[in-house]
Design a protein around this ligand. Structure first.
Ligand code: PMP
Length: 360
């Protein structure tokens, strides 16, 4: 068996230990005689799996007691609709910060349910920087302020979260949840698809301040009403049980590694190694402003684009896969989430240096 270093933006690499545990438990979960996939979501076995996953996540992110954690389906794109349906709460509009592809999708979807004010946009910079907080034109009456914590395609990340006063701050954390410590109490809601730092696709996590529950628009599908989901322990409808189970194994792995503080330390080291290599030479173009560079999705281009295919083919031959950038921005993108070990980044950097020596 040969496993590659997988730099995919998502679904992304999972810790090998997690996959091994899942394989060992595939046919018979802990003496139950059942695969987790075959269990009733209301049975005591799955209820224990679900509760353990939630409590581990609470512990990892120090989620305060007045926040609920919802295990939903539909991914972040569905949540872009579900969230305004639930959180507009009779207000005329919500504020959105436009930092690239994913926030543009969020605000376009929200427009179907209410007013949207784009309070700042990175468009003028070609989405290479996050607009300065001082220039945001926030509306104190807004239902919430929406940001995308990490723009997976553009490769931009908030180095720290903005202060938006009393209006609830909402963040799409699909591609950097659990990669660094974060103060949940500063947010009204956090949401994200699981398939990058958490587990398989099919599961969407929502972490929500309790007082924001109960105001869903009448048109909200019952299964997507946050209050219904919360009141039923995310089991109003059948949840994505297997993804929930794998997420729990990832949380357990994370805790054993030292939690999010340790993840942040490792992610800093990985990002420093890769950006350091990129910065050492003009052979590589780095489009994103230094202070807003993502530590999860490292976006770069070759000065000479005619070498792209050779670079990617050589990488693949060395077991370094999924490095091609998103079609919107082109070039390369190395996604280095929690499950990417430093050895993978070192192997990539070694190949980059070798490639540069022979083509530079
Ligand atoms: N937001 C961000 C920041 C993302 O990275 C992605 C997926 N790449 C999405 C939203 C869309 O997620 P999904 O496909 O799970 O709906």
């Amino acid at each position: 068996m040969t496993r590659v270093f997988n730099f995919s933006p998502g679904p992304a690499a999972l810790p090998e230990e997690v996959l091994r545990t899942a394989a060992a438990e595939m046919l018979d979960w802990q003496g139950s005689g059942l695969s987790v996939m075959e269990m009733s979501h209301r049975g005591k076995e799955f209820m224990s799996i679900a509760a353990e996953a939630e409590s581990l996540l609470r512990e990892l992110l120090a989620v305060p007691a007045n926040y609920r954690i919802l295990f939903m389906q539909g991914g972040a794109l569905a949540e872009n609709a579900i969230l305004p349906m639930n959180l507009l709460r009779g207000r005329a509009s919500a504020d959105y910060v436009d930092t690239g592809e994913w926030s543009k999708k969020s605000l376009a979807e929200a427009r179907r349910y209410g007013g949207v004010n784009i309070v700042a946009s990175g468009q003028d910079s070609g989405y290479t920087r996050i607009p300065d907080r001082a220039d945001w034109r926030l509306d104190p009456q807004a239902a919430y302020v929406h940001i995308c914590s990490n723009e997976t395609i553009g490769g931009l990340q908030y180095p720290e979260y903005p202060d938006v006063g009393d209006v609830p701050l909402v963040a799409d954390v699909s591609s950097d949840i659990l990669s660094r410590p974060l103060d949940v109490s500063r947010f009204g809601a956090l949401y994200g698809g699981a398939q990058k730092n958490i587990g398989p696709s099919g599961l969407t996590l929502v972490i929500l301040r309790e007082d924001l529950l109960g105001g869903a628009l009448p048109c909200t599908p019952t299964a997507f009403d946050y209050k219904v989901v919360a009141d039923n322990g995310s089991m109003y409808n059948t949840p994505p049980t297997y993804s929930w189970y794998i997420a729990g194994l990832v949380f357990k792995w994370l805790k054993a590694q030292g939690g999010v503080a340790e993840m942040a330390r490792r992610n800093d080291a990985k990002a420093a190694l890769l950006y350091g290599t990129l910065d050492a030479s003009d052979f590589w173009l780095k489009p994103v402003a230094r202070e807003h560079r993502s530590k999860m999705n490292v976006v770069f281009r070759l000065q000479d684009e005619s070498l792209d295919e050779a670079f990617l083919a050589g990488a693949k031959a060395r077991g370094l896969v999924q490095l091609k950038g998103h079609r919107v921005v082109g070039g390369m993108r190395a996604s280095i989430y929690n499950a990417m070990p430093i050895e993978g980044v070192q192997a990539l950097v070694d190949w980059m240096r070798e490639f540069e020596r022979s083509h530079g």
